[in-house]
Each structure stands twice: as structure tokens, then as C-alpha cells.
Write a new protein. Structure first.
Length: 275
């Protein structure tokens, strides 16, 4: 048995040495030839064919390694893109939280409760949101809800640990809010009465017809409502028309709040009503 194995190894060794010699001779004989005879062409083709057979296992292994490396690189690229998206999301959240902290320093005359949006119905996207603060945190119905850019809406359907926020962009917003428009150092008063989803503008009514209101004038709350503090930004005057009887102005107000992305809000109540 041992002699047979040894004989087989010797045959394989002789074949390998013979192939190497054949390829070497082919190379040295043909390397300076520009025009080959039929026999020389046969030698060259045969040499290349033998070389291809010998190198096939090594090429296969090389391709396998390359495929594995490519797969690893793709996985790293996907992981990198995922991490980048997560970092972007965290940066956005930090920015929103910073805005909430800045807002708390401005609203020093109110008791404030910071809250996070926990639910939003896709079918009623501009109607309501649900936040993670309720009666347990001192929330009551009809409390104003704000972000750094201005008024968002009011609380409703308050439970122990969460509250529904009825947004100003809800066309069924029935709670009229007393507002004032700053005009050349004094104020013009009216009522925030609804929202026009067609032109995405808040509607203000009850403004005297003979008052000239510049476009871009600041609109804020008056504080005359039961729970609504004064000085909360509602938006800026965008357009002015008159009612059907030409007796009063209809003022369209543009809010700077991005109602598509409301993640963190602040719920307000007057200090006198604090519990």
C-alpha cells in the first residue's frame, strides 16, 4: 500500500515538473516571436490551455475570497447608511428638545409641562395628536399647547396619563381664541375662528373694517380666555379680505409651526391656576 502511494506521488510530481518545464520552454521560445508557425501556435495554445487548467482551482478560490470581501463591504456600507440615518434622527430630536428648553425660559409667567407625542392617526393627521401627559401631571381640558414657533392647539379628552391635543389645523376646531394683531405700536383685536385647509391659513374674524393692517403683522393671544395666557405667538398676517357685508375684515394668518412634524410640545397653564 505504501509503495503504491509513493508511486502515485512520484507520477504527480513528474507531471507538475513536466508542465512547468513545458510552459517555461514555451515562454522562452515564443516570447520574441511576432509571427508563429502552426506548430509554435499549437505549443502556445497548448501551454495556455494547460496553464488555465492548473490555475483554475486558484482562480476559484480567489473568486470566492473576492465575493466574501464584496459581501462584507456591502454589509459595512449598509451598516454605515443605517448609522448615519440614526445619527440624523438623534440630531433632529436634540434640536427639538433644545427648542423646548429655550421656550421654557421665555414662558416664565406660566406653569409648563413638557410632553412627547406618542400617537398620531394617519387618517386625521392634521386633526389631533396624543401626548404622554395627563391628569396625573396636572393637565386639564382646554389648556394651550405650544412649540417654539407658536401655538399648536389645546388639550382635550384628558386621561390619567395621556391627553389628546386638538390642533389648530383641525377644521372642526370649535374653541374660538381671542387674539391681537400688533399694528404700529398698538393692537387690533379679533377672534381666531378656524382653519382653511385649501390655502393652509388660520382664519381671524371680528376685526374692525376701518383698521389698516400691514401684511406680516404679528398675531398673538390676548390672555382674555379662561386658560389661554397672553403673548403666545399664533402667526403672521398673510392676507386680508372683507366679509360679505363689508362690515368686518377677514384676516388670514400663516403659522410658522410645522404641523407635519410635532414631536415635543409644551402644555401651559397660568400660575394662578397651578395645582
Amino acid at each position: 500500500m505504501y509503495q503504491k502511494k509513493k508511486k502515485t506521488k512520484n507520477i504527480i510530481l513528474i507531471i507538475v515538473v513536466g508542465v512547468i518545464l513545458f510552459l517555461s520552454i514555451s515562454y522562452f521560445v515564443l516570447r520574441k516571436k511576432e509571427r508563429l508557425s502552426p506548430i509554435e501556435s499549437l505549443i502556445k495554445d497548448g501551454g495556455l490551455f494547460v496553464q488555465k487548467i492548473i490555475m483554475a482551482p486558484f482562480s476559484f478560490l480567489s473568486d470566492k475570497v473576492t465575493d466574501q470581501e464584496l459581501k462584507q463591504l456591502k454589509e459595512k456600507a449598509n451598516s454605515s447608511a443605517s448609522l448615519e440615518a440614526k445619527n440624523k434622527e438623534l440630531e433632529n430630536q436634540i434640536t427639538e428638545l433644545k427648542k423646548s428648553l429655550d421656550l421654557n425660559t421665555v414662558l416664565s409667567e406660566q406653569v409648563y409641562l413638557n410632553a412627547t407625542t406618542i400617537n398620531r392617526n394617519m387618517d386625521y393627521w392634521y386633526h389631533t395628536i396624543t401626548v404622554d401627559k395627563g391628569r396625573h401631571s396636572g393637565v386639564e381640558n382646554n389648556m394651550p399647547v405650544v412649540v417654539s414657533e407658536g401655538l399648536v392647539g389645546t388639550t382635550s379628552n384628558v386621561s390619567n396619563f395621556n391627553s389628546t391635543i386638538k390642533l389648530l389645523t383641525n377644521e372642526e376646531f370649535s374653541h374660538k381664541i381671542s387674539i391681537k394683531i400688533e399694528v404700529n405700536g398698538h393692537y387690533v383685536y379679533g377672534l381666531l375662528s378656524g382653519y382653511n385647509s385649501t390655502n393652509k391659513m388660520l382664519q381671524v374674524e371680528g376685526v374692525a373694517e376701518n383698521t389698516e393692517i400691514p401684511i406680516g403683522s404679528l398675531v398673538t393671544t390676548t390672555g382674555l380666555g379662561e386658560n389661554m395666557p397672553a403673548g403666545i405667538v399664533v402667526g403672521y398676517v398673510k392676507n386680508i379680505t372683507t366679509d360679505n357685508f363689508d362690515l368686518a375684515k377677514l384676516v388670514e394668518v400663516e403659522s410658522k409651526v410645522n404641523f407635519d412634524e410635532i414631536r415635543y410640545v409644551t402644555i401651559l397653564k397660568r400660575k394662578g391656576n397651578a395645582s
